[in-house]
Write a protein that binds this ligand. Structure first.
Ligand code: GDD
Ligand code: GTP
Length: 436
């Protein structure tokens, strides 16, 4: 039996994902029509030996329980237990795992997966597990690795490993100068003995902390239980024949900014072609959606929730996801965008490279457009850049256009490269602005 842990962090994290994370916790943001971590769960349930998925984070229980019960119901026939375990405070990327060690070890699993909740990928979990089991018995952790450009590698955990054995000799988290173009994807297989290491780290910190009165401002303010997986566990494991890496060619990306959600949306939609073609609306398809409504012409790949109403003269795609209850009027054109639940897009409006938040109302003949931020196609192994909101001159960097929830835009306006906070009612056109 094996298990999986999904690390999702909490409300203070995901700040680069605002204003979308103001409304929905980032791990539940819908990409290709499904919450971000539902894609992780979907990959995990494919593993025959997998029996339990533990989602660990510090979001309040109330924000996660609906999602967890939906997932339980969806996979009830496969007998997989899915639970959310809430950290009392941020315990870091390994602290939560140590805190909930009894829950992870319950039932005696042979190994467990750890997946960062903020990555998107065509997860090769079975291959990773087989690779791990074929390593020497000393192997505690196998890291899924991918290649990045020299410059981009500095934003990730970098590893040097032996190509034949996979043994990692050197691991540096976000190095300041070049170490390796092989990076950590934030997806691991761990042997159960990893808890012995975590216990050693925890107790060593206990001694350190007992010398520091960390509650009266002399310490660093972190709990004793706060453990950084990358710096405190992986770095010392390198070079000991306990840490291994498996390089994979599969598509992989982080989801940090809203711009990367459009990129992930496109790739998850493309994956559906292989894994769930029934979820995609077909080319030129005009079909009844069950309520007698027609779905318009589409350029692949497009996902339309069954409860959305799309006028037959609208044109969607490529790379569009339309959420539940969305209403799309005649002549609307949507491309490279995500439209979230209950939004209304009135007649002849155009949406390009944008995310339209829940419940937005966009008037007729309006144009909502953003600038795409894709990886450089001319650079091998290039990943998404996650540029800061503002450039050095204090100007907004061109980005996709994002409408927070319940934004209203009147008819015949143009909104270009802008970010609109929730509940705003715009009265004119805007370009390169954050509308607070
Ligand atoms: N439960 C819990 N508690 N989860 C946490 C906490 C915490 O206190 N802090 C972070 N996480 C979760 C985040 O939600 C995210 O899914 C994951 O752990 C990684 O956290 P970050 O701290 O944001 O790290 P990162 O994304 O910058 O870098 C990590 O991932 C890269 C790949 O995406 C590192 O592992 C890098 O080495 C790696 O390259
Ligand atoms: P490139 O992508 O730069 O090659 O240009 P394009 O001709 O595809 O035009 P653009 O990216 O601006 O628009 C994408 C789609 O939206 C095209 O199919 C256009 O016909 C359509 N479109 C452009 N402007 C409007 C508009 O104001 N209203 C509507 N309904 N559709 C539009």
């Amino acid at each position: 039996m094996i298990k999986a842990v999904i690390l999702i962090g909490g409300p203070q994290k995901g700040t680069r994902f605002r204003p979308l994370s103001l409304d929905t916790p980032k791990p539940l943001f819908p990409v290709a029509g499904r919450p971000l971590i539902a894609h992780h769960i979907e990959a995990c349930v494919q593993l025959k030996e997998l029996k339990e998925i533990l989602i660990i984070g510090f979001y309040p229980q109330t924000q996660m329980e609906g999602f967890v019960s939906d997932m339980q119901a969806l996979y009830s026939s496969s007998n997989i237990n899915i639970r959310y375990l809430q950290e009392f405070t941020s315990l870091g990327t390994a602290g939560g795992m140590y805190h909930f060690r009894d829950q992870i070890r319950a039932g005696n699993p042979r190994a467990f997966f750890v997946l960062n909740g903020d990555v998107c990928a065509d997860f090769p979990l079975q291959e990773l597990y087989t690779f791990h089991t074929e390593r020497p018995s000393s192997a505690l952790v196998t890291i899924m690795s991918t290649e990045a450009t020299r410059q981009q590698s500095l934003h990730y955990g970098c590893l040097v490993f032996d190509r034949a054995s996979g043994a990692v000799s050197h691991y540096v988290e976000k190095p300041s100068s070049y170490v390796s173009t092989f990076i950590n994807c934030g997806v691991y297989v761990c042997s159960m003995d990893i808890f012995t290491k975590l216990a050693q780290i925890f107790h060593a910190k206990g001694e350190e902390y007992s010398c520091l009165s960390y509650n009266n401002g002399n310490g660093n303010g972190k709990e004793q239980g706060h453990i950084k997986w990358e710096q405190e566990v992986l770095t010392p494991l390198a070079g000991t024949d306990e840490l291994f890496a498996m390089p994979v060619p599969n598509w992989w990306s982080q989801l940090k900014t809203a711009g990367s959600a459009i990129y992930a949306n496109r790739h998850y939609l493309a994956l559906y072609r292989r894994t769930h073609p029934e979820r995609l609306a077909n080319v030129g398809q005009k079909r009844g959606d069950g309520d007698g409504n027609l779905i318009c012409s589409v350029y692949p790949d497009v996902y339309v929730h069954p409860s959305a109403t799309v006028h037959p003269t609208a044109v969607l795609g490529p790379n569009v996801a339309i959420g539940p209850g969305v209403q799309i009027g005649p002549g609307v054109r949507i491309r490279e965008s995500i439209v979230l639940e209950q939004a209304q897009i009135k007649d002849h409006t155009l949406i390009l490279h944008s995310i339209v938040g829940r419940g937005c109302i966009i008037g007729a003949w309006t144009r909502v457009e953003g600038t795409p931020s894709d990886p450089d196609p001319n650079k091998p192994f290039a990943k998404m850049e996650n540029p800061p909101l503002f450039n050095n001159e204090g100007k907004l960097n061109p980005s996709i256009t994002i409408l927070g929830c319940f934004v209203q835009i009147p008819a015949e306006k143009i909104l270009l490269n802008s970010i609109v906070l929730p509940h705003k009612e715009l009265s004119r056109s805007f370009k390169n602005e954050i509308i607070l």
